[in-house]
Design a protein around this ligand. Structure first.
Ligand SMILES: Cc1cc2nc3c(=O)[nH]c(=O)nc-3n(C[C@H](O)[C@H](O)[C@H](O)COP(=O)(O)OP(=O)(O)OC[C@H]3O[C@@H](n4cnc5c(N)ncnc54)[C@H](O)[C@@H]3O)c2cc1C
Length: 428
């Protein structure tokens, strides 16, 4: 089979890239290994109920994720505001602190509050020095490319404040702070108006669940999207790109966009030596490793938000189903979640709750993701940029490689759009 352009992966990045090519008048084929589109955007039904839950991407910033906002408008979707929690609970420095609504800063006592303010001021200086899109070239880049936990220790705050910062940062860089780079987290804060106050920002959901968007784009692409096609290798010659799939088929095109998660690139064979060397230069997977577990229970408080470091950096209630909670954690801490184990981890964080069912997608052991959202390790930001900046007949795209909102749905859209336009220009 021959086509103008191939796109490997039907996540948001690949779908947007393909739509750009289609709109430029090119024949494009998207090859997706799963039996669904969306990749790490996946809205599913909680077993035994009709409630839809986002197993992957769920949150976005209406005021900053502008590419995502534009896509939602295009398909008649919209951002959904989150009501403020009625009850917030934090377990910091081993102590439970509760607040009925208002306080979103960890229920800190006065001396801790001033430590937090000092820490945020110091972070802000580094955030401003780093910047957002240009952070790779910033003179501060190497100094800040250290484990985030070391960076937080260097701020000089006490344990409760450190734990609050580490827990809130998990929503942005979901991984072990010993493993991911402070560069990564601080650069992201730069995207939010150069201010680490973003750690406390309110986010928005997508109407109908996050999968509504990739499904709408795929509907526009129609039969150009082929599901259940697992790509094994990508070979380049002077004239063409040939892709081999797991069922032995070969597809040839003038150019290809590889829009799979960075953590699975090592499973693909590339004929081009420089490409293989660039993938090897990453030195292994990024550190994005989060468990996102939906819990059904009795006595779930309405509109709840909780933090317990390090077991459960984020717990919140479902917006429509009063019996459901989402809980985030590190897989190394949570293990394989069960109702019993999650009940134990929650302890007295959620007063009076009894958990009787859990539901999660294991993104870490899923061979088509091998991780959650991007959290670059120290030393990875330059090799990631090298892959992103590659030119030629084979380009790399996706949220993990965006110059802006890397790791987010918005980054997948921006990166896919850019790669689609580049390939369209190349083969025109
Ligand atoms: C638990 C979790 C929570 C998240 N929360 C948020 C959030 O709240 N907000 C937010 O904006 N983002 C969030 N993200 C991140 C967001 O989902 C991703 O960054 C983004 O969707 C990635 O899009 P992508 O197109 O780059 O990659 P993917 O969505 O991973 O798409 C890549 C596609 O490639 C396919 N593929 C892989 N290998 C092959 C192969 N060999 N052959 C063919 N196909 C292949 C995969 O099946 C997949 O469909 C979250 C992610 C996870 C996992």
């Amino acid at each position: 089979m021959n086509t103008d352009a191939l796109v490997i992966g039907a996540g948001l990045g690949g779908l947007i890239a393909a739509r750009e090519l289609m709109e430029a008048g090119h024949e494009v084929t998207v090859l997706e290994a799963r039996d669904r589109v969306g990749g790490r955007v996946y809205t599913a039904t909680f077993p035994g109920s009709s409630t839809r839950v986002d197993m992957g991407a769920e949150w976005a910033s209406r005021d900053h994720h502008l590419a995502l906002g534009a896509e939602l408008r295009r398909y008649g979707l919209h951002f959904v505001e989150t009501d403020d929690p009625e009850l917030r609970t934090w377990r910091l420095d081993g102590r439970i602190r509760r607040s009925a609504g208002g306080d979103d800063r960890g229920g800190l006592v006065n001396s801790e509050q001033s430590e937090l303010n000092d820490a945020l001021r110091a972070m802000k200086t580094d955030v401003q020095a780093l910047g957002f899109e240009g952070a790779t070239e910033s003179p501060s880049a190497d100094r800040l490319d250290i484990p985030f936990s070391d960076y937080v220790d260097s701020l000089g705050a006490g344990r409760a404040v450190n734990e609050l910062i580490l827990a809130l940062a998990f929503s942005f860089a979901g991984g072990n702070p010993d493993d991911y780079s402070a560069w990564m987290l601080l650069r992201e804060m730069a995207g939010y108006d150069l201010d680490p106050e973003a750690l406390f920002a309110d986010d928005y959901r997508i109407s109908g669940g996050s999968s509504s968007l990739p499904e709408a784009i795929a509907a526009e692409l129609g039969s150009r999207v082929r599901l259940g096609v697992h790509v094994r290798s990508v070979s380049e010659s002077d004239e063409a790109v040939t892709v081999a799939t797991s069922d032995g088929a070969e597809i040839t095109a003038s150019a290809a966009i590889v829009a799979v998660p960075v953590n699975v690139l090592g499973d693909l064979q590339f004929s081009d030596r420089e490409t293989s060397a660039q993938i090897e230069a990453l030195g292994g997977p990024h550190a994005g490793a989060a468990s996102k577990v939906w819990l059904r229970g009795e006595n779930v408080p309405g509109r709840f938000f909780g933090v317990s470091w390090p077991e459960l950096p984020e717990v919140y209630s479902h917006p429509d189903d009063p019996g459901l909670l989402a809980a985030f954690g590190m897989p190394a801490v949570l293990g394989t979640p069960s109702a019993e184990s999650m009940q134990e981890f929650l302890g007295d964080l959620v007063p009076g709750v009894t958990i009787d069912a859990v539901f999660e997608h294991d993104w870490i052991n899923d061979p088509l993701s091998r991780g959650t959202w991007l959290a670059g390790r120290p030393g990875q930001f330059r090799p990631l940029a090298a892959l992103r900046d590659r030119r030629g007949k084979v380009l790399f795209a996706g949220a993990d490689l965006d110059t802006g909102w890397a790791g987010w749905m918005d980054g997948a859209i921006t990166s896919g759009g850019r790669a689609g336009r580049q390939v369209a220009a190349l083969i025109a």
